[in-house]
Ligand binder design. Structure first.
Ligand code: ZN
Ligand code: ZN
Length: 381
């Protein structure tokens, strides 16, 4: 079958790879109809992780069940399903508590909890930027979609990762009705975070970035865009919040944060957030930070260490939640919002391409070319 293969930094190709086979009774194989290119894929694409050459990328997947193992009871061939990016067993200590983001079984590395499709350090699972995807523990991992699945595919595919991840950022930041919320980053997760905060009736939602196309999308959904190339984002947040700072803050950029001139500062968004959020406020960090960064700008960052302003953070008595999203905690409910017409996260999608054009999609998305806000690949209709 055809799949998008990582060959090395900024080198991906659509190549022939072996088709997945059912080897465990609870496995299913999904024919992929939609699979997204994610900002997290760009960390791998740029060679900023230890991803091995030859791996197939793609962790935001949905499609049609093509084959099931003998132990699969709830899903049947032909069902349309969305697959959380977390691979989770459903039975371990963490899965039983709803923490499928830190499943203790799906990642064979005993030093690492948590697993994902087509992802550096997250287990051996192949990605879904391909014609077919193997999904283990299929009853647990395949969320069934309603009868409008085909018509609303570009909405439903967003619940594999970016929509629940944005929602999770607002949960960790403790967003409640009326709150002011500042979000650093207007990539698809930043925009989904703003969208989630608005769905939760936040009073004021501010989005910090510098790309005019992305800030325009933030404004379109009712957020206040803050352009950090036109002055200190902290000063702009203070001005909007009457000098108090936002009640809640969300980090949606990660370790490759850079200034408007393009210089990387992995601590920039975290330190700006601490100063943008009020005393005793709460911060949720879903932007990706890694323990090893082979392409880091300095020796400290190579080991995942950054100069975080802990003094200011402690002095302000803030709290912070971190880590990947447990997609299964939210995906069923976000699916129902989409089904009932109360949410339409596909507003971030700018391009839909056939799988064969995936390398071109990576090139434009990685270059942050204007208008390339979110790329969906459609290996099958
Ligand atoms: Zn993603
Ligand atoms: Zn588990």
């Amino acid at each position: 079958m055809k799949a998008l293969v990582y060959n090395g930094p900024r080198n991906v190709s659509v190549s022939d790879v072996p088709e997945p086979r059912i080897t465990k009774p609870a496995d299913a194989i999904i024919q992929i109809t939609r699979t997204n290119i994610c900002g997290a894929d760009l960390h791998m694409y740029e060679g900023r992780t230890d991803l091995e050459a030859g791996r197939v990328l793609g962790h935001e997947n949905m499609g049609r069940v093509a084959e099931i193992g003998p132990a699969v009871e709830k899903r049947k061939v032909g069902d349309m399903v969305c697959v959380p990016f977390n691979v989770a067993c459903g039975h371990c200590r963490n899965c039983e508590r709803g923490r499928t983001n830190y499943c203790l079984v799906a990642n064979p590395d005993p030093q690492v909890a948590g697993s994902a499709y087509g992802f550096a350090d997250m287990g051996p699972w192949s990605g879904g930027q391909a014609e077919l995807l193997l999904v283990p523990w299929a009853d647990f991992n395949c969320l069934p979609l309603p009868e409008d699945a085909t018509e609303k595919q570009n909405d439903y595919v967003m619940i594999a990762d970016s929509f629940p991840t944005g929602y999770h950022a607002t949960e960790m930041a403790n967003v409640t009705p009326g709150d002011s919320v500042v979000i650093y980053g207007s990539g698809s997760v930043g925009l989904m975070t703003a969208y989630s905060a608005i769905l939760k009736s936040a009073g004021e939602v501010m989005v910090v970035d510098r790309h005019p196309d992305r800030l325009a999308l933030a404004e379109k959904i009712g957020a206040t865009p803050i352009n950090d190339s036109k002055g200190s984002p902290v000063d702009q947040v203070m001005e909007i919040t009457g000098g108090r700072g936002a009640d809640c803050g969300c980090e949606c950029v990660g370790y490759q944060a850079h200034d408007p001139q393009g210089h990387e500062h992995p601590n920039a968004t975290l330190n700006d957030l601490v100063r943008s959020v009020r005393f005793n406020g709460t911060i949720g960090v879903v932007g990706e930070f890694v323990p090893f960064d082979p392409g880091a700008p300095d020796e400290m960052a190579r080991h995942g260490e950054i100069a975080f302003d802990f003094g200011q953070f402690w002095f302000r008595g803030q709290a912070m939640g971190t880590g990947q999203c447990p997609v299964k905690a939210y995906n069923r409910y976000l699916r129902d919002l989409i089904h009932r017409g109360k949410a339409s996260p596909s507003f971030v999608v700018s391009h839909q391409l056939p799988l064969a054009h995936a390398p071109e999609g990576y090139r434009h998305f990685d270059a942050r070319d204007s208008g390339w806000t979110k790329v969906i690949l459609s290996p099958a209709a």
